[in-house]
Design a protein around this ligand. Structure first.
Ligand SMILES: [Zn+2]
Length: 241
């Protein structure tokens, strides 16, 4: 099987009974999978494969995923895609993690705060994909797109995302290590020059917090720096535990 560049491979799920994902974001991801499905029959076959443990290790990379699926003694290879976010949107994501106390801690403990995703959406960034964004291809000869094998992999992808929201970040183009590295970079003090707020560092969501703040780029930068420093402190504490 081909390797996905920069991918992380998650061990195969053992067979399980029922146990539908129970977090709001994995339900949202599963709704997108339902939207992507051609018909309920394929969806049911896909879920049956997922629960039977027919899906091999899933490799997740920036904008793509891949896994083998067993079906009646044959093995098929599913490759799938999710659009990555634009560079500016990824910066917004990281800034919004830094913007509030506790967010990086929540993410690292496997939680995806609803309020955080709402802020992300208010900033015009769609972290959770909709059905039409889930692309897939399979080596089976089914003309259905997505085929039950692809639906099986997508179902298990929701399980992975339920356990670790960073899997979703990685699909969208920002691996966990990169999130952490960017938070560290944000925490480095920048000189309070007039250009620094919106010039060399690009537009920031924090620049548009309010009209008053926009009038005073130095104050605005201080707010951003304070948030980033707080996130870095939380991160250091978590890594030390
Ligand atoms: Zn297939």
């Amino acid at each position: 099987m081909a390797e996905l560049v920069g991918g992380v491979t998650h061990p195969r799920f053992a067979p399980r009974r029922g146990g539908a994902p129970s977090t709001w974001w994995s339900k949202a991801f599963l709704r997108a999978v339902e939207e992507a499905a051609f018909a309920t029959a394929e969806l049911k076959r896909g879920r049956a494969h997922a629960r039977a443990g027919d899906v091999g290790a899933i490799t997740v990379a920036s904008g793509s995923f891949m896994a083998a699926v067993l079906d009646g003694g044959d093995a098929y290879t599913v490759t799938g895609s999710v659009p990555t976010l634009a560079a500016g949107d990824l910066s917004v994501l990281v800034e919004l993690i830094a913007a509030e106390s506790g967010r990086i801690g929540a993410l690292m403990s496997g939680d995806l705060p609803h309020q955080f995703v709402e802020s992300v959406e208010e900033a015009g960034v769609e972290l959770l994909p909709y059905g039409g964004e889930l692309g897939s291809a399979c080596t089976c000869e089914t003309w259905l797109d997505p085929c039950p094998h692809a639906l099986a992999v997508l179902t298990q992808l929701a399980w992975l995302i339920q356990r670790d929201p960073f899997v979703l970040f990685q699909l969208r183009g920002l691996a966990r290590d990169e999130v952490l590295a960017r938070l560290h970079t944000l925490s480095r003090a920048r000189p309070p020059s007039p250009d620094a707020a919106g010039g060399a560092n690009g537009p920031s969501v924090l620049d548009h917090r309010s009209d008053d703040a926009a009038d005073d780029p130095v104050d605005d930068l201080a707010i951003a720096e304070e948030a980033a420093l707080r996130a870095a402190r939380e991160l250091a504490q978590l890594l030390a535990e």
